[in-house]
Design a protein around this ligand. Structure first.
Ligand SMILES: NC(=O)c1ccc[n+]([C@@H]2O[C@H](COP(=O)([O-])OP(=O)(O)OC[C@H]3O[C@@H](n4cnc5c(N)ncnc54)[C@H](OP(=O)(O)O)[C@@H]3O)[C@@H](O)[C@H]2O)c1
Length: 348
């Protein structure tokens, strides 16, 4: 591999997932180089809070990680002057743009612009950011296809636990009729603790103390995060271009301790379910707290875990359970997407 031009990765967003990916990259670089058949380097990192660093020869990621952890600007720590995200996304030394910026469900920015710029500049694009995929998947996919490029986003649903590519590749031809999933760990944690006797407010405070819920929990408890995942599943698995306003959404903030206890006394549990199904010629999706009995595997999913059940014509039910968040679990999704890209580029 010596003497071959390295594959350059440009990482935009160096928060929890960005740093998780840098750590995992250091441990799995050999695997990536074997898959791509050439050296692989992170040539640029851009983060509005932590600074920008760029080096065509490859950044010293250990130094970048130490700088980010200690609050030192990345450019200062590496001595490698950087590029803001939009410039990194179109730089000739970057072959794959990895957008790990915050999810914004109003307009998908800034991830949408990063991905669009990357694809327009001839780069493959990977993201864990739900915003651009939930809101503008069709447009981005079309752009990628028209340029012979790949757009990958496994981490947007259940982090590194396989869902999207598994549904498309491994379940190909099984005719998926519907999916039902617990796709938000925060709300599942809160509901689990409410069943164990806490009030909604107590359970939410505990989730915040443990780092499972944000200081502003609205996106999770009002079902917006789950809605984004419903949209992504509807686009990717069912080929439907549903818009947010077409998906009824209800969160868990209106569920009282008494309601949860009442369900418990009947041997049932409330779960915040994402449901997407084909009905006749149309596709319907919803997000709502739903009563589930012990005969369903989703009933047994506790705490922050996520799970999804595919109902298929040829296999019946296929069920996948695993982590839905976390630095390493989500970095695994980015690693998966890179390995999947390497396979695609080799034509297998
Ligand atoms: N954490 C998880 O377990 C997980 C799981 C699945 C999917 N995701 C998704 O993955 C993405 C990253 O998550 P995260 O937990 O790493 O978020 P995070 O910790 O907030 O990190 C995102 C970083 O990107 C920076 N940023 C914002 N706008 C930017 C821009 N225009 N250019 C460059 N950097 C920018 C942010 O700076 P500021 O803080 O100043 O905004 C922050 O440092 C999100 O979209 C999230 O929804 C996360």
């Amino acid at each position: 591999m010596r003497g071959m031009r390295a594959l350059g990765l440009g990482v935009i967003g160096f928060g929890v997932v960005g740093r998780g990916f840098a750590s995992l990259f250091l441990r799995r670089r050999d695997l990536l180089e074997e898959a791509f058949g050439r050296p692989v380097r992170v040539v640029g990192i851009s983060d509005v809070a932590r600074g920008n660093a760029f080096d065509e020869r490859g950044l010293d990621l250990e130094r970048c990680l130490r700088a980010a952890e200690s609050g030192v600007d990345l450019g200062e720590a590496t001595g490698a002057g950087g590029l803001p995200g939009m410039e990194l996304a179109s730089h000739p030394a970057v072959d794959v743009v990895i957008d790990l910026t915050p999810t914004n469900l109003s307009d998908g920015e800034p991830g949408y612009s990063h991905l669009r710029r990357a694809l327009e500049s001839g780069k493959h694009a990977i993201t864990t950011n739900k915003g651009p995929i939930a809101l503008r998947y069709g447009e981005l996919k079309e752009l990628a296809c028209s340029r012979g490029l790949h757009l990958k986003f496994e981490g947007t649903v259940m982090s590194g636990t396989p869902v999207l590519e598994m549904a498309q590749r491994e379940l190909a031809g099984s005719h998926i009729e519907s999916v039902r999933g617990i796709l938000n760990g925060t709300t599942n944690y809160v509901l689990t603790r409410m069943e164990e006797g806490l009030s909604y407010a107590e359970a939410l405070r505990e989730a915040q103390r443990l780092g499972y819920a944000e200081a502003d929990p609205t996106a999770d408890v009002e079902g917006f995060d789950a809605l984004a995942k419903a949209l992504i599943l509807s686009h990717v698995i069912f080929g439907a271009g549903l818009r947010p306003e077409e998906v009824p959404r209800k969160g868990i903030s209106g569920l009282s301790h008494e309601t949860v206890e009442e369900a418990h006394s009947q041997g049932k549990r409330y779960k915040l379910l994402v449901e997407v199904s084909r009905e006749g010629g149309s596709v319907r999706a919803s997000v709502a707290p739903t009563l589930v009995g012990p005969e369903e595997m989703l009933y047994h999913v506790r705490g922050v875990e996520n799970a999804i059940s595919f109902r298929t014509e040829t296999l019946g039910e296929v069920f996948v359970k695993g982590p839905g968040a976390g630095a390493t679990a989500t970095a695994q999704a980015v690693l998966h997407d890179l390995l999947s890209l390497a396979r695609d580029l080799r034509g297998r």
